[in-house]
Write a protein that binds this ligand. Structure first.
Ligand SMILES: [Zn+2]
Length: 342
């Protein structure tokens, strides 16, 4: 019997911290605490990070990027004004990538029915050549590359629910046809990319789908984006596994952004993706943590999406957004459906 769920917890991650910075260790502890309280943490097997070979690292990041990160971390110098490094950050970044890959591999092989990697430092803004937006190495891209190079995968989907555009993941797979990248995000917002017309190039043409949502879009926008666009694109692409960049900063309580998604709204999309995976790719789906900066939202969303992954009834400790959602997203998703011929 497979384990019901595989987790990765980043041991020692508190050594990657900067006083007053929103990307802080408490984010992980809030999720773990909430899972423990709900009895979900004890259900899972906890995986150690695997050591990824150079071939996997170099398919995702340039040697210059990796050398620079390691050198800056060694002396504890920040990468840029918002992306900090401590002497432990280099090792912890490798652990986060190796942990995401361990969970992805366990789900791929059927050793676990599903998985949730509490990766930290986060990854989805890290491009091939650059750390940015609190992200050092692109954990989900490295996990996908591990499946492609070392586990025999040939077609994967990465779906990014973080409120910010996953520009790093897009950059890494821009010209590659083996990975469908689908991204819902608030626009305008950092980092500014992720417009409807960014659809990949070369072999990756039509393997990138961006759904930019205006501020104050919420659960109805998420429902429409996934039901009417993302899931039909999965039907078309037929990936062998779903890897989800789960940032909980689209939650209405998040201090850095202005979408209005609830924990229940997140869980609905995860349940829909899980159902798609069960019908199409042996149930293979895993979540990998990205951003999200409110600790109550961390606890509520982390628990709700894990319940959805496990097929359990979903609790939403915080409820729906207190203010009504604005529907300026409707014409944008209509335009997306036209572009994608849906
Ligand atoms: Zn984010």
């Amino acid at each position: 019997m497979p384990h019901p769920i595989a987790y990765f917890y980043p041991e020692g991650h508190a050594a990657h911290a900067q006083p007053g910075h929103p990307e802080r260790p408490e984010r992980i502890e809030a999720i773990r605490g909430s899972l423990e309280e709900a009895g979900l943490w004890a259900l899972g097997t906890k995986l150690k990070p695997i050591e990824l070979p150079q071939s996997v690292y170099q398919a995702v990041h340039s040697a210059e990027h990796l050398e620079r990160l390691q050198a800056l971390s060694a002396v504890g110098r920040d990468y840029d004004g918002e992306t900090y490094l401590t002497p432990q950050s280099w090792g912890l970044a490798q652990n986060a990538a190796g942990g995401a890959a361990a969970v992805a591999g366990a789900v791929w092989r059927g050793a676990a029915a599903t998985g949730f990697a509490l990766s930290r430092p986060p990854g989805h803004h890290a491009t091939r050549n650059q750390a940015m937006g609190f992200c050092l190495m692109n954990n989900i891209a490295l996990a996908a590359e591990h499946l492609l190079q070392e586990q025999g995968a040939t077609r994967l989907a990465i779906l990014d629910m973080d409120v910010h555009h996953g520009n790093g993941t897009q950059d890494i797979f821009w010209q590659r046809g083996e990975v469908l990248f689908g991204d819902t995000h608030q626009s305008p917002l950092y980092p500014g990319s992720g417009q409807l017309n960014e659809r990949g190039a070369g072999a990756g043409q039509n393997a990138t789908c961006n759904l930019p949502l205006p501020p104050f879009s919420g659960d109805a926008a998420f429902d429409a984006a996934y039901q009417e666009i993302i899931i039909p694109l999965l039907d078309r692409f037929q990936p062998e596994m779903l890897l989800v960049s789960f940032g909980f900063d689209a939650h209405w309580k998040d201090p850095l952004a202005a979408l209005q998604v609830s924990a229940a709204g997140y869980a609905r999309q995860v349940a829909a993706l899980k159902a798609w995976a069960e019908a199409n790719c042996g149930g293979r789906i895993m979540l990998n943590l990205e951003g999200g900066y409110d600790l109550e939202a961390a606890a509520a969303c982390g628990r709700a999406v894990t319940q959805a992954l496990l097929g359990e009834p979903v609790e939403d400790a915080l409820g729906p957004a207190p203010q009504p959602e604005i529907d300026r997203w409707v014409p944008i998703l209509e335009q997306a459906k036209q572009i994608w011929d849906l």
